[in-house]
Design a protein around this ligand. Sequence first.
Ligand code: C2E
Ligand code: CA
Ligand code: CA
Ligand code: CA
Length: 279
Amino acid sequence: AKETGKARCVVYNPQKFNQQEFDVSMEAAMFDAVRNGEFFLHYQPIVDAVTCEVLGYEALMRWMRPELGPVSPSQFIPMAESNGLINLLGAWALRSACMQLKRFQEAAGRPLYVSVNVSPRQFRNEHFLGVIDNALKSSGIVGAELLLEITEGILMSDPEHAEAMLNQISARGVKIAIDDFGTGYSSLAYLKRFPISTLKIDRAFVQDLPASVKDAAICNVVLSLASHLNLTTVAEGVENAEQLAFLSRQGCNLIQGYYTGRPMMPDAAIALLRAGANA
Ligand code: C2E
Ligand code: CA
Ligand code: CA
Ligand code: CA
């Protein structure tokens, strides 16, 4: 309504104009990219905070455009969310991550888990439970080896639907993590209401550790809360030994970050597991 009638003063900004042009063509390119197989997954190790043993991997989506190079997920995920492609891409990611986990477990000779991001639109999609069942069935992994990462917003926007969905997901043994914990609009009450297994502490609270007194306090409170509620904790974005030492000392269970391993291709993830097995 605010744009009707009145003429607006438009200042020509070539930078902005080009950005919009680029986004429109990128959006069109996404649909071709799916057909052309330009999307793939990287895997980032999630390690024990004390022993640094690899216990799982988070699947992170990548888009490599021929000639143009990589597009950041922070750019294409919101786009796929708004045009609906995320349902297709997300289902593909879930299925391939589960199938890849099977190969990781074979290489390691022990159980591991895989963590997969779920967007709000996927979570609301009526076929989502079917997508999970299909991924479990075609990969042969058990529910407990799959962790789904959701954000606080998913729980808060429609708590009744979220509760019904999460109960059905848990009934399959599949675990739920709250991603970017503490950064969204949220209420602690949902930790009681919903069957959640894991809290992922956002990089925003980790990057200035251990020097930042405020971040140290926030991490300590989250870790203590999680331990009292019997939730597993993962610290994200750990980039150095000091951060790892601080978090490990404060009782954080798991570590994910460049310091213990960057997102990598499946072959590199397998090499890492083989090296661990021979150590
Ligand atoms: P996220 O789920 O919070 O994933 C963690 C992000 O932090 C990843 O960025 C990862 O590469 C990056 N990261 C990991 N360790 C470090 C570190 O030590 N330092 C720094 N600076 N960064 C680190 P990425 O891969 O660019 O993904 C960005 C976001 O895109 C993800 O944030 C997630 O919200 C979304 N995303 C990625 N893959 C998928 C997917 O398959 N489905 C959905 N729905 N979203 C995805
Ligand atoms: Ca995540
Ligand atoms: Ca995260
Ligand atoms: Ca994050």
